[in-house]
Write a protein that binds this ligand. Structure first.
Ligand code: MF3
Ligand code: CO
Length: 290
């Protein structure tokens, strides 16, 4: 950690003197740095200006998903969902973050039934009666990133599938109870994992959440099969996603060889995911996107 002179401007960019800003914070962080798990680097700690930027981006992300929620319906193609996301995001002054991201061809991911995540919108794929569908939206606004996804039920969905979707949503609340400064990220992941296992489902290990805000994907990797007391320390100003992927069968997955993106459950069982972006605050958390 670089040392800052007490009367110098704080490293966080707040414009305040260091002694009135992150000085006490740095002293506290030093005590955790001795533990075997990581503490966040300074570039993961957002200042007020950056948080405002991420909030503004998040507002668009929420509005886009609200718009999708109003219009999504049986018989629609997943390409039509993509078109809605593109139109609404750009109308509100944003840019869809997935578009062109590592070669991704569309503005959002649409993942139906046994697709775990990263489904590519397609004008040949129709929403059918009984489908459970994840729409994952990410926005860049003024250089700031936000990211969230929701599940949608199409027509008459079986009780079994509904329960998967509801338990997955509830798991976010369970995880959120563990988000507070000076706790470990692994506490959150463990809480979600335990809750999902209790309900008879499994959690995907290989893909998780991520820091977000100044870039699409920042440190840390956010696991939902982690152990309590492990993983990165949470401190005020960190922003990351909570986005567990929950399978009705076992946790094995594979990536589609045809498109190199679509992730499927290996056993063909249903998979659900909800995603929110959260900010760690002085006394807990604030949900930025949902
Ligand atoms: N929105 C996804 C996430 O939660 C990102 C998918 S990458 C994309 O991290 F290129 F497929 F959009
Ligand atoms: Co994400």
């Amino acid at each position: 950690m670089e040392k800052t002179e007490r009367n110098a401007p704080c490293w966080c960019g707040s414009g305040k003197k260091y002694k009135y800003c992150h000085s006490a914070f740095d002293d506290r962080l030093k005590r955790f740095a001795a533990e075997p798990y990581p503490v966040p680097s300074r570039d993961l700690i957002k200042n007020e200006v950056q948080i405002e930027g991420i909030r503004a981006s998040s507002k668009i992300n929420i509005a886009v998903l609200d718009y999708v929620a109003e219009h999504i319906c049986m018989g629609m193609t997943t390409a039509e969902i993509d078109e809605m996301v593109y139109q609404k995001t750009t109308e509100l002054g944003g840019v869809p973050a997935p578009l062109g991201y590592e070669g991704f061809p569309c503005s959002c991911c649409v993942s139906i039934n046994s697709v775990v995540c990263h489904g590519i919108p397609d004008d040949m794929v129709y929403l059918e009666d009984g489908d459970i569908v994840n729409v994952d939206v990410s926005t860049i606004y003024n250089g700031y990133y936000s990211d969230s996804s929701r599940m949608f039920l199409i027509g008459d969905v079986s009780g079994e599938a509904r329960r998967l979707v509801e338990v997955t949503k509830k798991s976010l609340e369970v995880g959120l109870q563990e988000v507070a400064p000076w706790k470990r990220l692994g506490d959150m992941g463990a809480a979600i994992h335990e809750y999902i296992l209790q309900n008879g489902y499994s959690v995907v290990k290989e893909i998780g959440g991520h820091g977000v805000g100044l870039e699409f994907h920042e440190e840390p990797f956010v696991s939902y099969v982690s152990k309590r007391g492990t993983e990165m320390l949470l401190v005020p100003g960190m922003v990351f996603t909570i986005e567990p992927m929950v399978n009705m069968g076992n946790d094995a997955i594979f990536i589609d060889e045809e498109d190199d993106w679509t992730v499927w459950t290996e056993d063909g069982s249903l998979s659900a995911q909800w995603e929110i972006t959260v900010l760690v605050t002085e006394d807990g958390y604030e949900i930025l996107t949902y």
